[in-house]
Design a binder for this molecule. Structure first.
Ligand SMILES: Cc1ncc(COP(=O)(O)O)c(C=O)c1O
Length: 409
């Protein structure tokens, strides 16, 4: 006879270590966005996504095929941390103009513009260091630097009477998006661009020019880049750290970005990249090189501009019809966003975001673009993803939700 089975002792489970402290400081808005994506019929004005119809699918498929078939060494082997030399050369050539002299030593290829932001934090920030950041600021940048616990010196570039040097003093770097900032859609004027460059030269602060929207000018000619205005040295050794990406001009899924900066900064960021992802996918780099050599971004740009310009106009027309008594805004001359500030200072767009979901519209609240999370009065509205009729209906729903929210105050 076998003896009855003895109950097995439950293995002792030690409690696991806590996650790093910074994780507890992230906002839950991203989770709300993800959940909102599953609500049927919801109109999403919150994101910052390109319209998939602009992607040159066949041309990119051809470049993907050629990348592997013709360049297996570049695409299937381990490759240099700082990027394929051919792609770095193409980028150096595209951006060299006038007095700006760039070589491949000025260029680092990154896995999207997002990685460049992360690497910047790695090479420049010790805990408690200061960043002078254009206010309001890109959420992704704030997220990238959160683990390094920086302090922020807000930089207002929406007025001409601000002391830019004073705002930069003591900061490791100044973070700007001069072309159609995310989230404000604001274009920084040429005079203020010159002031930013001379303040960087006077204070010794690095000056970051994050430029995903630089090709998306719907009205008027492109303004000079901070990089151009700071041209010095051969190769370039000025204070600007320029961040570029193919995400808005070609396709975000390629995850191709680049940094243009003084060689000492490129080598520091290269060291940091080694411990991040070793190198950016060779397949995507070779695709990008083929596409840039062929001039693919220039070929598709007119189509992108006319599609997005019409959508900007449709959104702003609907705003004038439904939101004129509720919000103030400026019509942006490019980019992907309109920044709407509530006339009633009591409106909390964090609460409005939740109420909007009941009315079938999703918006971004301003608190996530403020390092201190205190700005509750504005919302960022995207116009590139939805066709004009949906934009108009989304704005009508937003007006309804705003009135309902104001009625509770
Ligand atoms: C201001 C800004 N910087 C950087 C990025 C990152 O872009 P990506 O990683 O797709 O190149 C974005 C994306 O929307 C952005 O708006």
């Amino acid at each position: 006879m076998t003896s009855p089975a003895q109950p097995q002792p439950v293995p002792k489970q030690a409690s696991r270590p806590a996650f790093a402290r910074w994780l507890g400081q992230t906002n839950d808005v991203t989770q709300t966005f993800l959940a909102a994506g599953r609500i049927p019929g919801l109109i999403n004005l919150a994101g910052g996504l390109p319209d998939p119809s602009v992607w040159p699918v066949q041309a990119l498929a051809r470049h993907a095929h050629d990348a592997v078939a013709l360049h297996p060494g570049d695409t299937l082997a381990y490759s240099p941390i700082d990027g394929l030399p051919g792609l770095r050369d193409v980028i150096a050539r595209r951006f060299s103009r006038g007095d700006l002299r760039l070589t491949r030593d000025n260029v680092l290829i990154t896995t999207g513009g997002m990685q460049a932001l992360d690497l910047l934090g790695k090479v420049l920030l010790d805990p408690g260091d200061a960043i002078a950041a254009q206010s309001p600021a890109y959420l992704g940048a704030l997220d990238a630097w959160m683990p390094r616990a920086p302090v922020y010196q807000p930089m207002r570039l929406d007025r001409n009477d601000v002391d830019i040097s004073g705002q930069m003093t003591g900061a490791k770097f100044a973070y700007t998006v001069p072309n159609f900032s995310n989230p404000s859609g604001r274009l920084v004027g040429t005079e203020q661009r010159r002031e930013l460059v001379s303040a960087a030269q006077d204070t010794g602060c690095w000056l970051v020019e994050d430029d995903p929207y630089g090709a998306l000018y719907y009205d008027g000619e492109p303004l000079p880049r901070l990089l151009d205005l700071s041209a010095s040295g051969d190769p370039y050794d000025g204070p600007v750290i320029y961040l570029g990406t193919l995400s808005k001009e070609l396709a975000p899924g390629m995850r191709i970005g680049w940094v243009i900066a003084a060689p000492e900064m490129i080598s520091a960021m290269t060291t940091a990249k080694q411990g991040s992802d070793m190198f950016t996918s060779g397949v995507c780099q070779r695709m990008a090189q083929g596409a840039l050599e062929e001039g693919l971004p220039e070929q598709i740009l007119p189509g992108i501009l006319s599609l997005y310009r019409a959508r900007r106009d449709a959104l702003c027309a609907a705003m004038s019809e439904h939101l004129a008594d509720l919000y103030d805004w400026e019509v942006p001359s490019g980019g992907m966003f309109v920044w709407a500030v509530a006339k009633d200072p009591r409106l909390d767009t964090g609460k409005l975001m939740q109420r909007g979901l009941d009315h079938g519209v999703c918006i971004s609240p301003s608190s996530v673009f403020d390092p201190e999370g205190k700005d509750h009065r504005a919302t960022r509205l995207n116009f590139t993803l939805n066709p004009p009729d949906k934009l108009a209906e989304g704005i009508r729903r937003l007006a309804e939700a705003t009135r309902a929210e104001l009625d509770t105050l």
